[in-house]
Design a protein around this ligand. Structure first.
Ligand code: ADP
Length: 270
């Protein structure tokens, strides 16, 4: 066979519907006897537009995975692909939302939200429009000129989400974004996030160690075991949308909860 394939025969790295693909992704920290395998041969496809939750106890490699996807950390072997491109450096194709919104206190909310756009050197008029759109989407349009100390915890986290949206990446990576909020604010933020997701049409990869939160939000949930982080299963959450808090007390929801609890109990994590 001829070694130079015509373009039409070239195989795509990623199936068209998979916006994120992990291929035998392995990350080892350190070397020798002290080496820690944080992620062990992960294979996973995340579909375009889906709400995908990654559920696992502390230490199972969730943050490591986000670092690899955002290009802040190299894989030891295997690879991660976003939008068909192998991630091999800082990746502006993903927006990030962290557990703590870490807003800069001397900047207004609009300036904070605009920051990633400035860092990426996006045209200021485009950033300004996107920041205003993002603030509207998260319900903070009236607080654009306020300062972080004027916002409640839930509002600050909304600003963190708006900041993640401003670079207009197709993928939003969210690392336990509501972990520091009180239970009632967290419930409201979960529903608000679903609304933001359906309006923004982004793919969301949502990291959590809350079983209920993963079931309430996600289309599919990946169960990851710790030390080394291994993918145990990917479970379809077959609950209707729009999701509602009341669904958490239905037998269907309870079935998923029991299934996930059993799994973590067997691992000795519960
Ligand atoms: P999670 O976010 O799920 O809590 P991490 O991705 O932070 O997990 O860590 C996965 C594993 O890798 C843990 O066992 C952790 O102790 C280890 N680890 C994380 N970062 C480092 C590092 N820089 N050096 C050595 N081990 C690390």
């Amino acid at each position: 066979m001829n070694s130079t394939h015509p373009t039409s025969e070239m195989v795509r790295d990623v199936a068209p519907s998979a916006i994120i693909q992990l291929k035998d992704l392995t990350v080892v920290y350190g070397s020798g006897v002290g080496a820690v395998t944080a992620l062990d041969s992960l294979n996973l496809d995340i579909r375009e537009g889906e709400f995908f939750a990654i559920l696992g106890p502390s230490g199972c490699g969730k943050s490591t995975l986000l670092k690899v996807l955002s290009g802040l950390l190299d894989a030891t072997s295997g690879a991660a692909f976003v939008g068909g491109k192998k991630v091999d450096g800082p990746n502006s194709e993903v927006g990030l939302v962290f557990q703590a919104p870490t807003l800069l206190p001397w900047m207004t909310i609009r300036e904070n939200v605009s920051l990633p756009g400035k860092i990426l050197k996006i045209d200021p008029s485009i950033i300004s429009k996107r920041a205003d759109d993002a603030l509207k989407l998260v319900g903070l349009a009236n607080f654009a000129d306020s300062y972080p100390n004027q916002l409640s915890g839930g509002m600050a986290q909304r600003a963190g989400i708006a900041r993640g949206l401003v670079q207009d990446a197709d993928v939003m990576l969210m690392d336990e974004p509501f972990g520091a909020l009180d239970a009632m604010t967290r419930e409201r933020m979960n529903l608000d996030l679903l609304d933001i997701w359906s309006k923004s049409r982004k793919t969301i990869v949502f990291i959590t160690h809350s079983i209920g939160e993963a079931i309430l939000l996600a289309d599919r949930v990946a169960l990851i075991s710790p030390r080394p982080g291994r993918l145990f299963d990917v479970v379809d959450i077959d609950l209707p949308r729009p999701r509602k808090i009341e669904m958490m007390s239905t037998p269907e929801f309870g079935k998923y909860t029991s299934q996930f609890r059993d799994y973590f109990r067997k691992l000795g994590e519960l």
